[in-house]
Design a protein around this ligand. Structure first.
Ligand code: SUG
Length: 445
């Protein structure tokens, strides 16, 4: 039986904007109030999907959450028609309106934690949508994301869907961005490496920025997914790097199959953490633990370039490619390092640079934009085929974006009721293209 890692990229929604909502995410703050270009953002994302599919990889598409989130605004006391809700919120609570307009569901590395069937006791693929409870604009994604995942993986024989963890600070969960699987082949049992920012029972935590993922959340996910405890590791992120803008582990480390690439300062008590990984890995192919020294790439350069937020993918022709954001070419230390990585003796033999600048300006690189789902041939066949990228789907989505998306958006535009109509009309059409059924709760005017 063949197994594949399928990347499900988040389609950038029509209201992509720079609202400065993510304290602790340096790019989000730095670009707050800039004009965004939703059309370009969505096309850049689609180009990335196409580039990966042209490498011979299976590529999926996840629909965005519907924005504005009128249901949340109503729950917060704004009443009347949709237009009235928007205009009242714009006057009284513009910050809440921005949260309800965020297109942040595009970063599907935070959509859920996924465990493949080769790791779970019931041999099903398990999904838990992340509660994202550290930020309001992200916490409101969880329920819709859960429905979208159910509509893509809609078969009880193969897939098991969990509800998000309780919305409480004990259980801050940011999904797959803090989870890596190390294995010698996709279809073999893997080592699930869960990286948390904070154990709520310990004083080891960042001083400036929030730790978004708790140990308690990671443990709950591992239990729910019926993972074998011998094949789970829980390691703590270095709180000092969280304070330098590393708000998720995927900003400082990336793993794929038997390769784990990470910065020298990624983890708390790193020597012990790396030793534990080496000891717990049971694959028959050798594990490549590649530690990037601070002398080669500083944490500051890692955050600026997002080198670790690259996708590391296994190529059908053998070897691996690192799909890096083009910003890596603008930071000397990083470009030099990637040159040496490619020529050193390890499976990474190709570096491909892609432009996802619209997303990068909100702190989301190539790896943030995708949810990895390891699937057997049968599981892939049981998934919603309309959400798998083909030339035809690529063409349809390009036309759909060209038809519905604006090429300029700023904070003032969020008060324009026409934006709501445009966004809902686009998403209504998208549900047909992707055969999603009733995942959205909005009413068309
Ligand atoms: O949660 N940015 C996202 C970026 C998520 C990146 N994901 C991973 N590293 N996996 C976040 O901070 C910014 C939205 C704004 O400010 O408009 C935002 O939500």
């Amino acid at each position: 039986m063949n197994y594949y890692e399928v990347n499900f990229d988040g389609l950038v929604g029509p209201t992509h904007n720079y609202a400065g909502l993510s304290y602790g995410n340096v790019a989000s703050k730095a670009n707050a109030s800039r004009f965004s270009n939703p059309k370009q953002a969505a096309l850049q994302g689609l180009d990335k999907m196409k580039a990966l599919s042209q490498l011979g990889l299976h590529q999926g598409v996840l629909a965005p959450n519907a924005r504005p989130d009128i249901k949340t605004l109503r729950a917060l006391g704004f009443a009347g028609s949709d237009e009235q809700v928007i205009s009242k919120a714009a006057k009284v609570e513009p910050q809440l309106l921005k949260a309800c307009y965020s297109a942040s569901s595009m970063w599907t590395a935070n959509a859920a934690t996924v465990s493949p069937s080769s790791d779970t006791q019931d041999n099903k693929v398990h999904f838990t949508p992340a509660n994202l409870n550290n930020k309001l604009h992200r916490a409101i994604e969880a329920d819709t994301t859960g429905r979208i995942l159910q509509s893509v993986f809609d078969n009880d024989e193969y897939f098991s869907h969990h509800t998000p963890l309780p919305q409480h600070s004990l259980f801050g969960d940011e999904g797959a961005a803090n989870h890596t699987r190390l294995t010698d082949a996709y279809g073999h049992a893997g080592l699930a490496v869960f990286v948390y920012g904070e154990d709520v029972n310990s004083t080891v935590r960042p001083k400036k920025f929030p730790a978004r993922q708790t140990l308690q959340a990671s443990q709950a996910i591992a239990r729910g997914h019926q993972l074998n405890s011998d094949r789970c590791l829980f390691i703590q992120q270095n709180p000092n790097v969280i304070d330098q803008g590393v708000f998720h582990n995927d900003v400082i480390a990336i793993g794929n199959e038997n390769v784990f690439l990470f910065h020298e300062q990624a983890f708390h008590e790193q020597v012990k953490a790396v030793h534990a990984i080496r000891q717990s890995y049971t694959g028959s192919r050798p594990l490549h633990l590649i530690e990037v020294s601070n002398a080669d790439v500083s944490v500051e350069d890692a955050v600026k370039s997002y080198i670790f937020n690259s996708q590391l993918v296994s190529l059908p022709s053998g070897g691996m490619a690192l799909i890096a954001p083009s910003e890596c070419q603008q930071v000397n230390s990083v470009e030099t390092y990637l040159g040496t990585l490619k020529s050193a003796s390890n499976p990474v033999n190709e570096i491909i640079y892609l432009d996802v600048k619209q997303s990068m300006q909100n702190g989301g690189g190539p790896a943030c934009l995708r949810l990895r789902v390891t699937l057997s041939e049968q599981e892939l066949a049981a998934s919603n085929q309309a959400c798998l990228l083909t030339d035809d789907l690529h063409k349809k989505l390009t036309m759909w974006i060209e038809k519905h998306y604006r090429d300029r958006l700023c904070e003032q535009d969020l008060a324009d009721p026409q934006l709501l109509n445009e966004s809902y009309a686009a998403l209504d059409e998208l549900t047909n293209i992707l055969c999603l059924g009733s995942v959205y709760e909005f009413q068309l005017p």
